[in-house]
Design a protein around this ligand. Structure first.
Ligand code: CP
Ligand code: NVA
Length: 287
């Protein structure tokens, strides 16, 4: 069993992980075992939430920076994962190219966990939906408006999770930045239309890690999708969500992210609870 994408979990798997994430005591399924955390890109939330989740489950996290294993450079993705699987119960990786995760999962005798790729960010979507559940009571029927770069990892995983649990996601993005690869999500170019009646307004950076060369073009195209006070005034009941890190003054204003409707710190905390739920699930726990 691997966790590369939310869609592959199915509704049952996703609900099980969310339930495990809120369980008061999952025991020590990782007692005496390691979890490898391979990072090809920087991280604050994912590294720290995963390390603490491993500790809470009785295990030992090993943080591995990009040059140490040299995924695909010093050794092939296959040889890296087969080596790490000799020592660790789970091999988790943040990669530039999603295909490296697929190559690892194809040969790994241990679960492989996606900690963000160019395609998806399933651990983020788990925390996002747990936050929606906690703030609204249920996920089914929740109206979520995602504004900005629709064709990104966070949006794609949010869309997959929303479809599985019956949340109504609307993605608002300009031409060339629409969500791809997920069918059944409402898409529009109009940010005002997207937030109408929304329970949650979500955004992510306009320039993701590795896209710095496109920064100017992206910032120009996505500027009309900034989440500011005027936009939030169109949906008075909505809470604000962001995976973080945020570029204040770009995709979101200070007033919104610091405002009373912002739930970004609860979302960040939920990264640890859902990491714990996901790891327990990969170790065989079922809700
Ligand atoms: N949201 C998120 O994944 O943050 P990091 O990049 O800091 O891990
Ligand atoms: N879309 C962002 C998410 C960071 C958590 C990126 O890939 O940089």
């Amino acid at each position: 069993m691997h966790l590369l994408d939310v869609a592959a979990l199915g509704r049952e798997g996703l609900e099980a992980i969310l339930a495990l994430s809120e369980a008061p005591d999952l025991g020590r399924p990782l007692a005496g075992q390691g979890v490898a955390l391979v990072f090809q890109k920087p991280s604050a939330r994912t590294r720290n939430s995963m390390e603490m989740a491993v500790v809470q489950l009785g295990g030992h996290p090993v943080y591995i920076q990009k040059d140490e294993v040299g995924l695909g450079v010093r050794e092939s993705a296959e040889d890296v994962v087969r080596t790490l699987a000799c020592y660790h119960a789970v091999v988790a990786a943040r990669v530039k190219d999603h295909r490296d995760l697929e190559r690892m999962a194809a040969v790994s005798p241990r679960p492989v966990l996606n900690m963000l790729s160019d395609r998806s960010h399933p651990l983020q979507a788990l925390a996002d939906l747990l936050t929606v559940k906690q703030l609204r009571g249920t996920v089914a029927g929740a109206r979520i408006a995602y504004l900005g770069d629709g064709d990104n990892n966070v949006c794609r995983s949010l869309a997959e999770a929303s479809l599985l649990l019956g949340a109504e996601l609307t993605v608002a993005s300009p031409q060339g930045y629409a969500l791809t690869g997920v069918d059944g999500v409402r898409q529009t170019a109009d940010p005002a239309e997207a937030v109408e009646g929304a329970d949650f307004v979500y955004t992510d950076v306009w320039v993701s890690m590795g896209q710095d060369g496109e920064a100017e073009a992206r910032t120009a195209a996505l500027a009309p999708y900034q989440v500011d006070a005027a936009l939030m005034a169109r949906c008075p009941g909505a809470r604000f969500l962001h995976c973080l890190p945020a570029r204040r003054g770009e995709e979101v204003t200070d007033a919104v992210i610091e405002g009373p409707r912002s739930a970004v710190w609860r979302q960040a905390e939920n990264r640890m609870h859902t990491a714990r739920g996901a790891l327990a699930w990969l170790m065989g726990a079922r809700a």
